[in-house]
Write a protein that binds this ligand. Structure first.
Ligand code: M6R
Length: 608
């Protein structure tokens, strides 16, 4: 949901800003812009992608030589993508320039107040209000003005502000939207996310809400809302720059699909020890686990799909009741929470606005929060009582793959850990689960070999109007993720259905040639699933089945079968998702879609 960069240093700011934005386009890509201070503020912005912005700079022969500036890549909320709605936004007199990620909720009242003072607005955005308000409050001191501004605005924001009267300063702040500060010798930066700055620095300040940053070439000062200086620890990033590069793949999504076995190994193996499962430094004692009344798993999108798989696996192995909620629902539904409950928050980015709000809701009720997060040091990780990281490495493609599959693996680890702590499983059973878990990365790796067959299938179904994915139990949860992958990157309408539910209405949509993917890994439900396949076949569907080896009987009813390795069926979602990720990918490629940046989406949803 919008990417922000700011730079002050020794080099041409425009180059650094454009380079930084190129790593943030995953956050939004419907318009882009930069503002550079060079004898006043010069702004270039445009509807479209970063490439369009670069072209505009070249075509208009805009000479950008300033060494301080701010940049933005947008995912539209207020006002359609257009040149005028693009960021940076300026005050009417051009003194102030602002980039913003988030939503200013009281922008209408503020706009009215500023209009009454005679200020004219040119865009439909909430951000222009911040630029005008900043100018209205401006007292010559950037930090004091920022404190005044944020006392008047409501909502979520990461803001970077440039002022024509301060050619050496950027002032920035965050509240409920991510922002960090990059630190270097005689050069300093702000950005929404680490990959934007990784080629310049590995040292960062991870900002908390309402911390104000004054960025200058020779230093960074942090202030609280009373303008007291604050000290902060430097966060040092150890990952490799190449982790956030495409490495010769056409799209990040394919690179990230291929990286899944490695991410799974890094997430699972260090947590296995002689006695069973050791969950990093988290402080859930056996005593606590024994007394858990109920687990609430809360997430959005694919992380929510991982949560549903988690419910099946945790309930089955540990017999602890689990409720799963969409974060956007949980936060407003006045959930019944008990002090002996545990809330598990799942998020790849660790910044999803609804998920963060759900975490705060749980904490408000005194419930212990354990989060499963990929981005180290993200807001959700920092605000949780305990964190289990998914070591997938940076995920750039908007459609998650390795993020989701590593989340699943943490669910499995937790289920076995809880099961053993509650003595629902014996030592022997625990050891068998661990043996099965160790096999997961290899199984996923072997499924990548299906690529060539799936390419052929993708050609055949690339022009489908509708695709249905059916399954029962865990397979239904896996079907939801499979269906989301397909629709978000290929724009084909797709629905996931609990196979037994089809005949209660949806089966009327099945026509000659409709593609139905049937996931059948749960042995006790296998025959029932076969009956469901026959029902859709009888109405003309083409059925592709995904099932473990040993279930060759399915070839009698399905048109095409993809086999996954035999293994513990509780962990099957890790395998069944792989052919579906590949199918979605190749259908999207076949249809000429921009796989990494699907229309209307953004990687990190930092607005409600
Ligand atoms: O960063 P998060 O895991 O909190 O993100 C949640 C969803 O926005 C995310 O999973 C989204 O559904 C993906 N585009 C799915 O591929």
């Amino acid at each position: 949901m919008c990417g922000i960069v700011g730079y002050v240093g020794l080099h041409q700011a425009a180059d650094v800003l454009l380079q930084g934005l190129s790593k943030l386009e995953y956050r939004g890509y419907d318009s882009a812009g930069i503002a550079v201070h060079q004898n006043g503020i010069l702004t270039v912005k445009t509807k479209g992608r970063l490439a369009d912005l670069k072209e505009k700079i070249e075509k208009t022969d805009t000479c950008l030589f300033g060494k301080i500036g701010i940049g933005h890549t947008r995912w539209a909320t207020h006002g359609a993508p257009s040149d005028v709605n693009s960021h940076p936004h300026s005050s009417e007199n051009g003194r102030i320039s602002v980039v913003h990620n988030g939503i200013i909720e009281n922008y209408m009242q503020l706009k009215e107040m500023l209009e009454q003072k005679g200020r004219k607005f040119v865009s439909e955005t909430d951000t222009e209000i911040v630029a005008q308000l900043f100018d209205d409050c401006y007292n010559g001191d950037m930090v004091e003005t920022m404190i005044n501004v944020i006392s008047q605005i409501r909502g979520a924001y990461a803001l970077g502000v440039l002022c024509s009267e301060h050619p050496d300063q950027i002032v920035a702040v965050r509240k409920d939207s991510p922002l960090l500060v990059g630190l270097s010798e005689k050069e300093n930066y702000i950005a929404s996310d680490i990959p934007a700055l990784l080629e310049y620095t590995r040292d960062y300040y991870l900002l908390e809400d309402n911390e104000i940053v004054l960025l200058k070439q020779d230093g960074v000062t942090l202030f609280d809302l009373n303008k007291n200086e604050i000290k902060k620890e430097v966060f040092h990033v150890t990952w490799d720059v190449s982790a956030a590069e495409k490495d010769g793949y056409d799209y990040f999504m394919m690179k990230e699909i291929v990286e899944q076995p490695e991410g799974l190994r890094k997430t699972i193996f260090p947590r296995l020890c002689d006695n069973g499962i050791q969950l990093d430094h988290i402080s859930l004692t056996e005593e606590f686990v024994k007394n858990i009344n109920r687990i609430h798993i809360v997430a959005c999108g694919s992380a929510w799909h991982a949560a549903i798989v988690g419910k099946y696996v945790i309930e089955k192995i540990s017999r602890i009741p689990v409720e799963v909620d969409l974060a956007s629902e949980f936060r407003y539904r006045d959930p019944i929470l008990n002090k002996n409950d545990l809330c598990i928050i799942v998020s790849q980015s660790g910044e999803t606005a609804d998920t963060l709000a759900a975490l705060r809701e749980a904490k408000k009720h005194g419930v212990r929060v354990l989060s499963i997060v990929n981005v180290v040091g993200s807001s959700i990780a920092r605000e949780s009582d305990d964190v289990l990281y998914t070591w997938a490495g940076p995920e750039i493609a908007v459609a998650t793959t390795k993020g989701y599959s590593t989340q699943l693996s943490v669910m499995y680890l937790l289920a076995v850990y809880f099961g053993k702590a509650k003595q629902e499983i014996s030592l022997q059973e625990q050891n068998q689960y661990i043996t099965d878990l160790k096999k997961v990365p290899e199984d996923v790796k072997s499924l990548l070999e299906l690529e060539e067959r799936i390419k052929v299938l993708a050609k055949q179904y690339a022009q489908s109007k509708d695709v249905f994915v059916i399954g029962r139990g865990i397979d239904h949860a896996a079907a939801m993720e499979a269906s989301l992958k397909l629709k978000e990157i290929s724009y084909i309408h797709s629905e996931a259905y609990a196979a037994g539910e089809l005949k209660h209405g949806t089966i009327s949509l099945i026509e000659d040639g409709t593609l139905v993917v049937a996931i059948a890994t749960q042995q006790t439900l296998f025959e029932k699933l076969v009956s469901n396949i026959k029902e859709v076949k009888a109405r003309g569907a083409n059925v592709v089945a995904i099932t473990p080896r040993g279930n060759e009987a399915i070839e009698k009813v399905a048109d095409e079968v993809f086999y996954i390795p035999e293994g513990n069926e509780l962990f099957s979602a890790s395998s069944t998702v792989v052919p579906m990720q590949l199918l979605a990918y190749y259908i999207a490629v076949e249809r000429g879609c921009d796989v990494d940046k699907p229309r209307n989406l953004a990687k990190s949803v930092t607005v409600e």
